[in-house]
Design a protein around this ligand. Structure first.
Ligand code: R5P
Length: 302
């Protein structure tokens, strides 16, 4: 086979599943860290003339995973592959897609430039915070919606269901999800403190949720704060059940405990980011994104 997959250290489980699904070998690479934390990568395979996929989720610790991924790309590129494809199940820095205050950097653009400068020919990624960052890339990008996977689950729910947008920025995504299921939509107006990371100033519900099962649709969970606050608010407004459906779960700190102890009835996520057993909790349901990513990658080796 003239294709090979290399896995970074962020989510080897998912890379192994994709490789097995596509019946492709997992390439050997040496990734070491020096005492001062610098990374060095060496590809231990002949990649000349091959289609090479490098799979890495840019999850926490984001910079470590990003640097490792870029160095893997450089090592592969020097081996003269036919095509080099970046597979980023979770695209870190995608939330920094705009300049909110004067003087801020445009991080998502910087990361896009870094990826292109290494020489990737194509990018496959999932559930970007905002599709507008696709415009930051000159190379073709295959953007998959991770939410498709939750549709089947929603269809199995009984009673009235309403889709919830957790903030105005997520409106397009939840609107699409609600329309595809022919469900009504309600909005949570969330104001963040732009001077303090992760600090929510206020939230209010716009729309009817009383007696319904509310599905909060989001791209990523980090601290769990957005969902916990939204769940309290929705239950206060009379929602019968509250379920969170988020593609990426980059749990930090006590996010697992916060979500388990919250008024949420269930938390649906995918495996774009590796969730260690210690961070799993009874309300969490993890669906695998393997077949979606395998299908996208499979088309490139035909
Ligand atoms: C924000 O705009 C994102 O879409 C997520 O809602 C947010 O990043 C979730 O973060 P946390 O879990 O820390 O509230």
């Amino acid at each position: 086979m003239d294709a090979v997959i290399f896995a970074g250290n962020s989510n080897p489980d998912l890379a192994t599943k994709i490789a097995s699904n596509l019946k492709l070998p997992l390439g050997k690479a040496e990734i070491i860290r020096f005492a001062d934390s610098e990374c060095r990568v060496r590809i231990e395979e002949d990649v000349e003339g091959k289609t090479v996929f490098i799979i890495q989720s840019l999850s926490n610790p984001v910079d470590e995973h990003l640097m490792e991924f870029l160095l893997m790309g450089d090592a592969v590129k020097r081996g003269e592959p036919k095509k080099m494809v970046a597979v980023l199940p979770y695209h870190g820095y995608a939330r920094q897609d705009r300049i909110h205050r004067p003087g801020e950097c445009l991080s998502a653009l910087v990361v896009a430039k870094m990826i292109e400068s290494v020489g990737f020919d194509k990018l496959v990624t999932l559930e970007l915070h905002n599709e507008s960052i696709l415009g930051f890339f000159k190379i073709p990008v295959v953007h998959i919606s991770g939410l498709e996977i939750f549709r089947v689950r929603v269809k199995e729910l009984e009673g009235e269901v309403v889709v919830i947008t957790p903030d105005a920025g997520a409106l397009k995504r939840s609107q699409k999800f609600a329309e595809s299921l022919d469900l009504p939509l309600a909005l949570i107006e969330k104001k963040r403190d732009l001077d303090r990371a992760h600090k929510i100033l206020s939230m209010r519900v716009v729309g009817e949720v009383k007696g319904k099962t509310a599905i909060i649709v989001d791209d990523v969970i980090v601290t769990g704060g957005t969902l916990m606050n939204a769940a309290f608010l929705l239950k206060e407004k009379g929602a019968k059940k509250v379920i969170a459906a988020a593609t990426h779960a980059d749990f930090v700190g006590g996010a697992d405990k916060i979500l388990q102890d919250s008024p949420l009835d269930a938390v649906w996520v995918t495996d774009t980011i590796y969730i260690p057993p210690a961070k799993n909790f009874p309300k969490l349901k993890i669906s695998s994104i393997t077949s979606d990513l395998s299908a996208a990658a499979g088309k490139m080796i035909k």
